[in-house]
Design a protein around this ligand. Structure first.
Ligand code: SIN
Length: 532
């Protein structure tokens, strides 16, 4: 097996991973270089699909303040958000936005060249910056990729999956095993710092706004090597994914459309949010999602509608160009027609337990962005806090790594002997095992039994079914192809989500149990590590 070394390996190329790489390269002493390992292409990530925007508390936004933003974040988090994380991230928002602008990110401005702020659910004021109208994630990601490509000594491997995080006999992370699935080649890469920035887990569900790559890989790898994971039951379902032409991966209809006044209506065109919450369409995401789900059940339909016809066509096209173009492809003109929408898995509040600077429970292993659980989101994330968290955790990680010696220290060959042998072994593919069918099965179980409305019976059934699939799946280490590794990771994450959801005998934020509809005021966040 080829063996190389880098000061820092970043797994994942979303906003947090790219920003961390660029900032590290500018500010830290990385004698052995920086390597980004990404599953498909540098530009492909969960971040790229974020539409609504990025929260930023700026002094020129007179109605806003960190105090207000922190209160909104904590309220949405339903009692489980970490106040210190919320304070820190809010206070750093202006600084990271300035740095992103210096790298080349252009947020939308009005005719007087002032930054525009929009609103989404559960925000008390307009405080969300956006770019390209409704293409905020893409615009930030694209600017970061463009900048990064000018920095010739930041290396990147595309079509490459990290399949193992290597730890030495002191349980310190010392590198990864990378698998280029195009070339079918493995490489052992040593590093002084391993950073997980692999995003979320949306693809564990039959319906998701997340792209194909989001199979929870980084979280599963960190758990396999002994890192603490936290809040794994909290999966956020976005209320409004476009339900026409949807297969499994659904196009998002940004909450910002409701922020601009769009109303939810049922199949007879009647508004219904007044039955559920006095904040109506701008109630927290979990409440709107459950309201839609209930309305669909009561009216025996597979979707409801978003009525944005009060926005004139030119304005809609200018403000939401991506949504406008996508709807038109399906003969829906949002200025004239109702948009069919239904809920879809969207964001993972849980993940690898970290401090704000990405430090995990394993020395040398860091996590940032959606894969990390800083405690900011608690049981339910406030809209557009995710890109902010991506940027602040990357920013703080680099500030920490700058103070560390990043020269790679030699690891005794014997420390990796066993794991290298496992990955060098020839393996035989089990021809009775169908990857596509297995993935579909996992997604269906998760959607039906571990979704928006949960109960003990459905969760226990899911546990048994996932355990049965895990028994059939014989590959602990080396797998025959990329899909097998993804299944290995999905099974680990599915097991964890189910275990945490069974354990939480209450309803809170995005975790709703019909058998325990009340909130247990003394229940806290839960965290675990792998046994053995
Ligand atoms: C949206 O645009 O509705 C999504 C924003 C977010 O997930 O924060």
């Amino acid at each position: 097996m080829k063996r190389t070394k880098y000061s820092v390996i970043i797994i994942g190329s979303g906003i947090s991973g790219l920003y961390a790489a660029i900032k590290l390269h500018k500010e830290a002493k990385v004698k052995d270089g920086i390597l980004i390992v990404t599953k498909t292409q540098l530009i492909e990530s969960n971040s790229k699909y974020a539409q609504g925007g990025m929260v930023c508390v700026l002094p020129e936004n007179k109605l806003d303040s960190c105090t207000l933003h922190i209160e909104d974040t904590l309220k949405a988090g339903a009692g489980l958000s970490d106040r210190k994380a919320a304070e820190y991230i809010s206070e750093k928002s202006a600084q990271v936005v300035k740095e992103l602008q210096n790298i080349g990110v252009n947020f939308d401005r009005d005719e007087n060249n002032k930054l525009k702020f929009t609103k989404e659910a559960a925000h008390s004021v307009n405080r969300i910056l956006h770019a390209g109208g409704d293409a905020t994630g893409f615009c930030i990601e694209n600017a970061l990729v463009k900048y990064l490509l000018t920095q010739k000594d930041i290396k990147f491997y595309e079509q490459t999956l990290a399949v193992e995080i290597l730890t030495d006999k002191y349980k310190q992370a010392r590198g990864i095993i990378a698998y280029n699935y195009n070339e079918n080649e493995y490489e052992l890469i040593e590093a002084q710092a391993v950073v997980v920035a692999t995003g979320g887990i949306g693809q564990l569900y039959a319906h998701t706004t997340n792209p194909d790559i989001t199979t929870g890989d980084g979280i599963a790898l960190a758990y396999r090597c002994g890192a603490i994971v936290k809040d794994m039951e909290f999966v956020q379902f976005h209320p409004t994914a476009f339900s026409l032409g949807a297969n499994g991966t659904m196009f998002l209809i940004s909450e910002a459309v409701r922020g601009e006044g769009a109303k939810l209506v049922n199949k007879i065109g009647k508004t219904f949010m007044e039955k559920y919450d006095k904040r109506l369409e701008l109630a927290p995401r979990d409440i709107v999602t459950r309201a839609i789900s209930n309305e669909m059940k009561e009216t025996n339909t597979t979707n409801v509608y978003l009525n944005a016809t009060h926005i004139n066509e030119l304005k809609f096209e200018k403000r939401f160009p991506t949504i406008y173009a996508t709807c038109l492809e399906y003969n829906i003109n949002p200025a004239k027609d109702y948009i069919p929408v239904s809920p879809s898995a969207h964001y993972f509040m849980g993940g690898i337990k970290t401090q704000i600077n990405g430090i995990t429970s394993i020395k040398g292993l860091y996590a940032i962005g959606e894969a990390a659980c800083t405690g900011l989101h608690g049981a339910n994330r406030l809209a557009s806090n995710s890109i902010l968290e991506c940027a602040v955790t990357a920013y703080e990680l680099v500030n920490y790594l700058k103070t560390q010696d990043l020269e790679v220290k030699e690891v005794p060959i014997n420390d990796f002997k066993q794991i290298m042998e496992a990955y060098e072994k020839e393996i035989i593919k089990d021809n009775d095992f169908n990857e596509e069918k297995t993935i579909e099965k996992i997604k269906t179980i998760m959607w039906n039994n571990v979704g928006i409305i949960r109960n003990g019976k459905k969760l226990s059934e899911a546990k048994e079914e996932i355990e049965n699939i895990s028994k059939e799946f014989e590959y602990g280490y080396k797998c025959p192809n990329r899909k097998y590794y993804e299944i290995r990771n999905m099974l680990i994450i599915a097991n964890l989500i189910i275990d945490f959801a069974l354990n939480r005998k209450e309803s809170r934020g995005a975790h709703y149990r019909e058998d325990y509809p009340q909130t247990d005021l003394i229940a806290r966040s839960r965290e675990i590590t792998k046994k053995g």
